[in-house]
Design a protein around this ligand. Structure first.
Ligand code: GLV
Ligand code: GLV
Length: 327
């Protein structure tokens, strides 16, 4: 008998077809939103879960699904999954690193440019028929070329962002849990390591790219924003919860920083509605990895992981190898 899996959200039909070659697949082509209780009910007799960021895998779900052996998350971040609890329950967990690095780095720059040059704000004005009111200082923004970019989180995506800075003639300073090797700093990444406070003070613009962990909750709050230049743009493509959104809203409203570009929020998709009343923030709905090619690569990567996990092979992106070792 084939192992059985649940694909929790709608995904590419060709990936469903691949999965059907290996598994009995219960999919969700209409993309119905499952409550936690509905997810438990659908998963309780399954061997595997193809998950997205919208499913929470917590001790309650794991307890209700004794057959479950593997959860493949179609995302590089996995703060929707309690990995320790999964390890305790003998459930393998995988993510989709690397395939999205360049696409996500592109998007970090898109948000930075859009916020610095006030692209969405001016488009709203144009669409509202206001162009007759043009004047010399309409939508004047900040230059990126020649400025200093601060990158917090110099993993693979952070490095891909830093590499793109050379064409703009920018300096890059970065902060990370650990320093890069000297040849990586000086080479293509064009980056200099500084302390976090120094970064916030010196950078003309700041991009956040670190993975979420509880220790980093609200790591950018009132005090950190106060260190930034009043002309600075803050870009968050990391995770909601890294920034104290209420503190950011106050700072944007009082123009203590010039603007922000945000792809992630606390409590998304139910984010703080006060953002909507601000003109100096560019808001996108967690789409940094959403190029056609990269989303397909992520779905296939998650499928590869699930197929390996449930056919006695080593999943390429196993996050809790202790489970495999004990299997
Ligand atoms: C997106 O945020 C991801 O973690 O892949
Ligand atoms: C950033 O991505 C890090 O590894 O800290």
């Amino acid at each position: 008998m084939k192992p059985s899996i649940l694909v929790a959200r709608a995904i590419f039909p060709e990936v469903i077809e691949r999965l059907r070659q290996h598994f009995d697949v219960e999919d969700n082509p209409n993309d119905d939103a499952f409550s936690p209780a509905q997810l438990r009910e659908r998963l309780k007799d399954k061997d595997g879960l193809f998950a997205t960021m919208s499913e929470r895998v917590d001790p309650q779900l794991l307890a209700a699904c004794p057959r479950l052996k593997a959860v493949a998350n179609m995302a590089v971040g996995y703060n929707n999954i309690d990995v320790d609890a999964a390890t305790g329950a003998g459930v393998m967990v995988t993510n989709t690193p690397d395939v999205l690095n360049e696409t996500t780095a592109d998007f970090g720059w898109a948000l930075l440019m859009a916020a610095a040059r006030r692209i969405t704000e001016s488009e709203h004005w144009l669409r509202a028929g206001q162009w007759q009111k043009w004047r010399y200082d309409s939508f004047v923004g900040a230059d990126l070329h020649g400025s200093t970019l601060g990158v917090i989180g110099m993993g693979r995506i952070g490095q891909a962002i830093a590499r793109r800075s050379t064409g703009f003639g920018m300096q890059v300073i970065y902060h990370n849990r650990s320093r890069l090797a000297p040849e990586l700093e000086a080479g293509a990444n064009n980056a200099r390591y500084v302390g976090r406070e120094e970064l916030l003070r010196q950078a003309d613009h700041v991009v956040l790219v670190m993975p979420y962990s509880p220790a980093l909750h609200h790591t950018i709050g009132e005090a950190e924003i106060a260190l930034m230049k009043p002309t600075a743009i803050l870009v968050n493509i990391a995770r909601g919860g890294i920034v104290d959104d209420a503190a950011l809203i106050r700072a944007l409203r009082e123009r203590r920083i010039a603007g922000a570009g945000l792809d992630v929020y606390e409590n998304e998709p139910a984010f703080n509605p006060d953002f909507l009343s601000l003109s100096n923030v560019v808001l996108t709905p967690h789409i940094a990895s959403a190029s056609i090619a990269t989303r397909l690569a992520m779905a296939n990567c998650a499928a590869d992981n699930l197929i390996a996990a449930l056919t006695q092979q080593e999943p390429p992106n196993l996050l809790n190898p202790a489970v495999r070792a004990g299997a």
